[in-house]
Write a protein that binds this ligand. Structure first.
Ligand code: FRU
Length: 528
């Protein structure tokens, strides 16, 4: 609390808003940066806005050796409000330079989520052949129309930049897609479909996906829809993404339609479902009737991918949060973080195509000290945190559990990892070898009960059919991202304990399990 007040005072004294660049300022005065990015719970290896509220990542595009990240932003307070697009730029996807706010609300409405592209062929005419423009697509959400209880609240607007995203001009004929009479009509994600030489927009429309096409980013025609009878419909469909991915170890490639949904997530509230199928420039088709879920934690929402990322990589970040309690969590000065960027892949298991995620390799840019441990056996509890002297967060832990004897007597019925503190608060990620499921227990992972929705144990059915299973945990000050089974299992989870989780232990219940290839890496703050 003391720190929070101090930071508040500091913000007032220096009049610092999110339009400014604390990192650049820090070159002259490191105390400023230390204060501003050092609040209790403030993530150190995840992007967060300097101050104010953040939700969805928006407009992610790579251009001229720079990654752009925009985000839903309310700069005045650390709660949701009239939406702007905040902006940051990175050379390596892990260290960020804050930029001035890109879009402010205007007479057409708040600036809701959307995407950005490089218009390489200058189809829009906003740039030149030699200097292709960046074009951003966003939803206008008009609060005045909402107040009148009319349905035509949302429409789509565009803006462009001809100086590598430093300044933006809203198109003077906005909106480019008007509302057809659908209350929730938002979050345009646009890409260039090379085969048909046109732009394709997927737009979340009620509980469906609507597709539009355009020759020039400005005039859009409705072409098709997808969704009825597919996947989960317990909430509003939001923040779509559509892209092609190669299937690992094959010559095949498939299209993935990401559909964020809120509520309706399998573990309560917000979550991301996806469908794997084909897209021919007009229609998305799939045999997959049931939803598949991209992240099995409770705190990864609104994730979408970068346009034009180098080496054809598909890199996704989400908003590390859940609308069930996003506005209530105990963060002051700032609220909201991006997940660590993840590289997506596709694997085929039997008849099923599955999305896989792994932390981007640039995580190695953050590595500090490292510890590698020899194979050892866990019987009951084995303290890991006393095996390395550096900070217990942020930290990356990689290890391999030996599953090969899992049917024999004496094999642990449950095993996993516990992050805890002296106060008895903890967060547990385990595998239940009897019921064949992962489980995450955060029933006692907060100092304050800020929402009755937060505490939970949830399970993720998964049969391990390999002799060992690799786990990667990315632990930051108030989050853990868990990756296992070559990226098939991913779970993002927040926690807000009274004191940091400085005790890390491995556990095995009713038996033992061996752990191999343990590698613990200190992660350096992205803000220093
Ligand atoms: C998803 C979402 C989007 C919307 C934005 C508003 O989290 O509801 O559908 O554009 O947030 O901030």
């Amino acid at each position: 609390m003391k720190q929070t007040l101090l930071t508040g005072l500091f913000l007032m004294m220096f009049g610092l808003t999110s339009c400014m660049n604390p990192k650049a300022e820090a070159k002259n005065d490191t105390t400023k940066n230390v204060l501003l990015y050092n609040e209790k719970y403030r993530p150190q290896v995840h992007f967060t806005p300097p101050a104010g509220w953040m939700n969805d990542p928006n407009g992610m595009v790579y251009f001229n050796d720079e990654y752009h990240l925009f985000y839903q932003h309310y700069p005045e307070k650390s709660v949701w409000g009239p939406m702007h697009w905040g902006h940051a730029i990175s050379k390596d996807l892990v260290h960020w330079e804050n930029q001035p706010i890109a879009f402010y609300p205007d007479s057409l409405g708040y600036i809701f989520s959307g995407s950005a592209v490089v218009d390489w062929n200058n189809t829009s005419g906003f740039g030149t052949a030699d200097n292709p423009p960046l074009v951003a697509f966003f939803t206008y959400h008009n609060p005045e129309i909402a107040k009148q209880n009319k349905v035509e609240v949302e429409s789509q607007g565009i803006a462009y930049s001809t100086d590598s995203g430093r300044t933006w001009t809203k198109y003077d004929h906005n909106p480019v897609v008007t509302n057809p009479g659908i209350r929730d009509f938002r979050d345009p994600k646009v890409f260039w479909h090379a085969a048909s030489q046109k732009w394709i927009m997927s737009l979340a429309s009620g509980q469906e996906m609507h597709y539009y096409s355009s020759p020039d980013c400005k005039s859009w025609d409705y072409i098709s829809c997808f969704g009825e009878g597919y996947g989960n419909h317990d909430g509003v469909w939001e923040c779509p993404d559509l892209f092609e991915l190669p299937v690992a170890n094959s010559a095949e490639s498939k299209w993935v339609q990401i559909v964020n949904i809120n509520p309706g997530g399998p573990y309560g509230g917000s979550a991301t479902q996806y469908f794997v199928g084909d897209f021919d420039g007009e229609k998305f088709t799939t045999n997959q009737k049931e939803a598949l879920w991209m992240d099995h934690g409770r705190d990864n929402y609104a994730g979408v991918t970068w346009a034009d990322a180098p080496d054809n990589k598909r890199i996704l970040i989400g908003w590390m949060n859940n609308w069930q309690y996003a506005g209530e969590k105990p963060c002051h000065i700032w609220s909201g973080a991006a997940t660590f960027p993840r590289e997506l892949g596709l694997v085929k298991d039997g008849d099923l195509y599955l999305l896989t995620s792994k932390p981007i390799e640039q995580i190695e840019n953050l590595y500090g000290q490292q510890v590698v441990l020899d194979t050892f056996k866990i019987k009951q509890n084995e303290l890991l945190s006393d095996k390395f002297s550096f900070a217990k967060s942020p930290v990356e832990i990689k290890l391999k559990f030996d599953q090969s004897n899992n049917t024999q007597l004496g094999f642990a019925s449950k095993y996993g990892i516990r992050l805890k503190n002296e106060k008895g608060e903890y967060l547990l990620i385990g595998y239940d070898n009897v019921n064949k499921l992962f489980y995450i227990d955060r029933t006692n992972a907060t100092e304050v009960v800020f929402s009755d929705k937060f505490a939970s144990v949830h399970s993720i059915p998964y049969i391990i059919n390999t002799p060992d299973i690799e786990w990667t945990l990315l632990i930051d000050n108030s989050s853990v991202e868990f990756f296992a089974a070559d990226g098939r299992i991913v779970a993002t989870t927040l926690f807000y304990p009274s004191e940091s989780f400085d005790i890390i232990e491995l556990f095995a219940n009713n038996g033992a399990i061996s752990v191999e290839n343990v590698q613990i890496s200190e992660l350096k703050s992205i803000w220093n």
